[in-house]
Write a protein that binds this ligand. Structure first.
Ligand code: ZN
Ligand code: ZN
Length: 297
């Protein structure tokens, strides 16, 4: 099971109900934090989670509501004798920004921080991988997907064409290993496919663009920003954000199974029904995240 915990669900300004953006994905030994808005480490405590278990941090972009929690969290990890390498990933330019923002060149810490600027597939775990795609938000911004790989199966049609004999060689292919037969090399990725993948997508802060739908295609869970409602769609366009309706359209077009809206403006703090209704009209299986909501996929 992949577990998602919403640690913060507000847009630019936090409210009593909603803290700045942060989502935690827990799977096996991995605790992957997506964005780290101000106060995220305290949200961990309130959720009865240990921030020292964080293994990787995926930053969508360097706007304050997505990164202002990093210095505090990192300082707590240091005081708590965090002893792993902390991996932080982000879009182009994030390395230089964080080096200065976190004082990496002059603050001595007891653990190592590795920052990588990523696009495309950038990390492969035992049975999952992470991907990044460029979004449009005025500054370099990434959307992310987490894909847990299902079972690898032989593509029978391709196998027939290849004229490979059945037997132990096919077992190797099923394990994802490339094989050589009569001097010719056969790549596992060309003759097999993965069935039963679980995909979770994070689209946080972006204007509508043509890269979103293909990137989040067939998500089991799409977590998508929804900063504005239909009435404010011009504002959304101008500030490069999405409306609830657009989030619904992305979920529908990408054939995602479930949509959760987040990055909610304080404007809708008292009444979220209108915003949710607009997404539901287009995509029925929609909901709005609240701080500390948990979902298992
Ligand atoms: Zn934001
Ligand atoms: Zn932003």
């Amino acid at each position: 099971m992949v577990k998602i915990t919403f640690l913060g669900t507000s847009a630019q300004i936090p409210t009593v109900r909603r803290n700045h953006t942060a989502v935690l994905l827990t799977y096996e030994g991995e605790n992957i934090l997506i964005d780290c808005g101000e106060g995220t480490q305290r949200q961990f405590r309130k959720a009865r989670l240990n921030p020292c278990k964080v293994t990787r941090i995926l930053i969508t972009h360097r706007h304050g509501d997505h990164v202002f929690g990093l210095p505090g969290l990192i300082s707590t990890l240091d005081l708590s004798e965090y002893n792993k390498t902390l991996y932080i990933y982000g879009p182009k330019g994030i390395k230089r920004f964080l080096e200065s923002f976190l004082g990496l060149d002059y603050v001595k810490r007891n653990f190592e921080i590795k920052i990588e600027e990523v696009s495309g597939a950038f990390f492969e775990g035992k049975d999952f991988y992470l991907e990044a795609e460029k979004m449009e938000h005025g500054i370099p911004t990434n959307a992310y997907t987490f894909v847990k790989k299902g079972q690898r199966r032989i593509d029978r049609a391709k196998l027939k064409k290849s004229k490979l004999p059945s037997g132990p060689l096919l077992k190797k292919l099923k394990e994802g290993k490339d094989i050589t037969y009569e001097g010719k090399k056969y790549l596992a990725k060309n003759l097999t496919y993965s069935e039963g993948d679980k995909k979770i997508s994070f689209v946080i802060d972006t204007g509508m663009n043509k890269r979103i739908v293909p990137f989040v295609k067939d998500s089991d869970l799409l977590i998508c920003e929804s900063s504005f409602d239909e009435e404010m769609k011009e504002m959304a366009k101008e500030h490069l954000h999405l409306t609830a309706k657009q989030a619904g359209e992305i979920a529908k077009k990408s054939k995602s199974k479930k949509l959760i809206l987040t990055h909610i403006s304080q404007r809708y703090d008292k009444d979220i029904k209108g915003l949710l209704g607009e997404a539901k009209k287009v995509f029925k299986n929609s909901s709005v995240a609240e701080d500390f909501d948990k979902v298992e996929i």
